[in-house]
Design a binder for this molecule. Structure first.
Ligand code: SF4
Ligand code: SF4
Ligand code: SF4
Length: 343
């Protein structure tokens, strides 16, 4: 039990309560999980001078520096102010007093796979878009988790987020450059969604099956396939971990432009503000959506947005997820297993 600590102020300031009574842990945001290496000196200095000498890399791609005395918080807030200026203020995030540390922690670090700065499968620059999103959503204090992934491979696990943003490529075929090798057709059939077929010696793409992974572009030996220069995105929403009812996010929209994604994220916060249960310390947005229903959520998310002609939005929503409880029809106990196996 920690006494004499203003819990709300500590956590809102992005520090955290820990299992050690008089110690706290500094949390550092790294939007998009991509950092100029020179900043690592700061993490090392704080860990060695004020913490227990270790640094934890969080599952959301930020840093946590544990073992810090509560009375060192103000001094460290001052120390990280330059970092906050360079990683937040510089990209347009409104933090009026960086010397007082991070102003909120509710909207978690925006995480992202490495994107097209490194990965050949990526359909866009995930780091740049993560910074755009950071500017849009931080320092909002509602509890929201967002992540970006460069292609439908989903290395960042966008399906475990409140909003997962998945890069889509619109593949375009230059028929005259096609030599009919069918490498794209076979690859899409084996590894993706079987969206390509050969009709009258011509490759055809089924719009309804194509998920915009961009693999056809990568496997074509003659570059007959290319990515349309417009970057498109699929959004999956209201996935979550947690104790109550973990579940995968479900597809909400496809073939959105970046501006449309940003507009939807902007609309998410007024929706939470309108519907959150303020009797709780914090309410996870997925549970708000369960309470209001999909239609209300959809209306808020799309408010005032004129979608591009290619965009598609889910008419209805069916989330997966599981609940606890011992349903004897579903679970075997050790005795019935022993009986059935004769052990
Ligand atoms: S999700 Fe796609 S783009 Fe991102 S790292 Fe994985 S394969 Fe590469
Ligand atoms: S991989 Fe390229 S060349 Fe081969 S069938 Fe497909 S489009 Fe044509
Ligand atoms: S983008 Fe992916 S899903 Fe669409 S046709 Fe190409 S390989 Fe198939």
């Amino acid at each position: 039990m920690i006494r004499d600590i203003n819990r709300k102020k500590v956590t809102k300031n992005a520090w955290r309560l820990t299992s050690s009574r008089n110690k706290t842990c500094l949390r550092i945001r790294v939007p998009g999980g991509h950092l100029d290496a020179r900043h690592l000196d700061l993490m090392k200095h704080i860990a060695q001078q004020f913490g227990n000498g270790t640094v934890h890399l969080t599952t959301r791609q930020g840093f946590e520096i544990p073992g810090i005395d509560f009375n060192a918080m103000a001094q460290i807030n001052e120390l990280i102010s330059e970092y906050i200026k360079e990683t937040e203020q510089k990209i347009g995030v409104q933090i009026p007093t960086p010397r007082e540390g991070y102003p909120s922690a509710g909207t978690r670090n925006i995480s992202a796979c490495i994107g097209n700065r490194v990965c050949p499968f990526a359909n866009y620059d995930t780091t740049s878009m993560a910074l755009e999103i950071e500017k849009t959503v931080y320092p909002n204090d509602f509890h929201v988790k967002l992540a970006l992934t460069g292609c439908p491979n989903d290395c960042i696990k966008a399906h475990m987020q409140d909003i997962g943003i998945i890069g889509q490529a619109l593949p375009e075929l230059e028929s005259q450059a096609c030599i009919g090798c069918e490498a794209c057709v076979k690859n899409c059939r084996k590894k993706v969604t079987n969206a390509l077929t050969v009709v009258d010696h011509k490759v055809e793409r089924d719009n309804r099956r194509c998920i915009g992974c961009g693999e056809c572009v990568l496997v074509c030996p003659t570059q007959a396939w290319s990515r349309n220069p417009v970057k498109y995105f699929r959004l999956v929403i209201m996935g979550r971990t947690g104790k109550k009812n973990p579940r995968l996010a479900a597809p909400f929209a496809e073939w959105l432009t970046q501006d449309e994604v940003i507009a939807i994220l902007k609309n998410l916060y007024p929706y939470i503000d309108r519907h959150i249960d303020r009797s709780l310390v914090k309410e996870h947005v997925g549970y708000i959506a369960d309470r209001t229903g999909y239609k209300e959520l959809r209306n808020w998310l799309l408010k005032g947005i004129k979608l591009n002609p290619r965009a598609r939005i889910a008419k209805t929503m069916q989330w997966s997820g599981y609940e606890y409880g011992y349903d004897t029809d579903r679970w075997d106990c050790s005795q019935t297993i022993a009986e059935s196996t004769g052990e």
